[in-house]
Design a protein around this ligand. Structure first.
Ligand SMILES: NC(=O)c1ccc[n+]([C@@H]2O[C@H](COP(=O)([O-])OP(=O)(O)OC[C@H]3O[C@@H](n4cnc5c(N)ncnc54)[C@H](O)[C@@H]3O)[C@@H](O)[C@H]2O)c1
Length: 343
């Protein structure tokens, strides 16, 4: 049994009329989160990003809203964060290197995912920002043969048999989480950690290893080619739709829950074969069946020891959240967005 969720009235932020910042806002989760906060009546949403991965294109739909301020800044520069966090009620921290980027540049990835979090928390402390939402990941459970079955918040980290970049990423998120706990212990900083499973949706990029199955399948079937699955296609993946996550970020700000880490995953996991088949069907090419291939040893893969499911029951208890968008519906939205963006 997990401990009861800690609650504090000062942890609960009212979105309507409030001032918020999304750090790492110019991308997949950030752009959807800004949209959600604006739709719920926020007076101001600052979007802080150094545009190393993000783009103006990802936030083009937000720029005409007078309540949005884009701040070009780097979380490794504390003075920039100190200036940007003045007068805020809450902050959502998203800026990070994921596994594939960590593989390319572990030095920068460790700085951003660890020192960067420390800087964000320090700026929040200095400017008395009441609530922080930190984007963690199911990578805190690790990868490789030890990962299978139900993954709950108490599941330990598995590192044996997994690629270094995946473990560096997962371990850096564990450090980020502990920095939040430490800021709470030392300074009473209220926070909620959301452990996202693999995100997919509008403004999808090519940086998340598992979501490559979706975008690469869509690209292949558009070219009239058969999509590829690695192995026999029975590998489990557990996704969450980006709009559901934006709602989770907003509800975590609103909630009186504090000092807690919770999973935010979609309704159900899928196998890679089911996923690739669904993408081909939605794209109007069910005839393009998946081709099974052996893994490419030069590529980073996120493996498990068998079927698994990321349990999100604790999120309902802590912040009242549960996923609403099923995989087929979310994929249809994502593919429609990709088709529109391609013209
Ligand atoms: N996308 C997923 O599948 C997934 C899954 C689990 C967890 N997460 C976590 O969710 C968060 C957001 O995911 P995303 O897919 O939107 O990420 P992303 O990589 O697309 O976006 C992160 C944003 O942070 C910005 N950034 C990077 N370094 C920065 C720095 N030093 N200073 C300021 N900004 C910087 C990038 O420019 C980018 O716009 C990340 O923390 C990620 O670890 C994502």
């Amino acid at each position: 049994m997990s401990a009861p969720v800690k609650r504090s009235p000062k942890a609960a932020q009212t979105i309507e009329g409030g001032r918020f910042m999304v750090v790492g806002g110019a991308s997949l989760v950030g752009s959807a989160t800004c949209e959600e906060l604006l739709a719920k009546g926020a007076a101001e949403v600052r979007l802080f990003d150094n545009f190393s991965f993000g783009s103006g294109e990802a936030i083009a739909h937000l720029k005409d809203d007078k309540r949005v301020t884009v701040v070009q800044g780097d979380i490794l520069k504390l003075h920039q964060l100190l200036a940007a966090t003045e007068g805020l009620d809450g902050l959502v921290h998203l800026a990070a290197f994921m596994t594939l980027s960590m593989d390319r540049d572990p030095w920068a990835g460790i700085d951003v995912n660890m020192r960067g979090v420390q800087n964000v928390l320090e700026a929040c402390r200095a400017n008395k920002v009441a609530k922080v939402v930190f984007a963690s990941s199911n990578a805190v459970y690790g990868y490789g043969p030890g990962v299978k079955g139900d993954l709950v918040e108490e599941t330990p980290f598995h590192s044996v048999g997994a690629p270094p970049a995946a473990i560096l990423y997962g371990a850096s998120k564990i450090v980020g989480e502990q920095l939040c706990r430490d800021a709470h212990r030392r300074h009473g900083q209220d926070y909620v950690i959301l452990r996202y499973s693999t995100v997919y949706g509008e403004r999808q990029h090519y940086r998340a290893a598992n979501a490559l199955y979706i975008v690469e399948t869509h690209d292949a079937v558009k070219r009239g080619e058969r999509p590829v699955v690695i192995g026999d296609g029975s590998e489990t993946k557990h996704f969450v739709y980006v709009g559901d996550l934006a709602r989770a970020n907003r509800m975590a700000l609103e909630s009186d829950a504090t000092d807690v880490a919770i999973n935010t995953s979609g309704p159900e996991p899928v196998t890679t074969l089911e996923l690739v088949t669904m993408v081909a069907e939605i794209s109007g090419r069910p005839d393009l069946t998946a081709e099974k291939r052996e893994p490419d040893p030069t590529k980073v893969r996120l493996t498990s020891g068998g079927a698994f499911r990321i349990d999100h029951a604790a999120a309902k208890d802590a912040i009242g959240w549960q996923p609403e968008v099923g995989m087929r519906e979310g994929l249809a939205r994502l593919l429609a967005w990709r088709d529109r963006a391609a013209g």
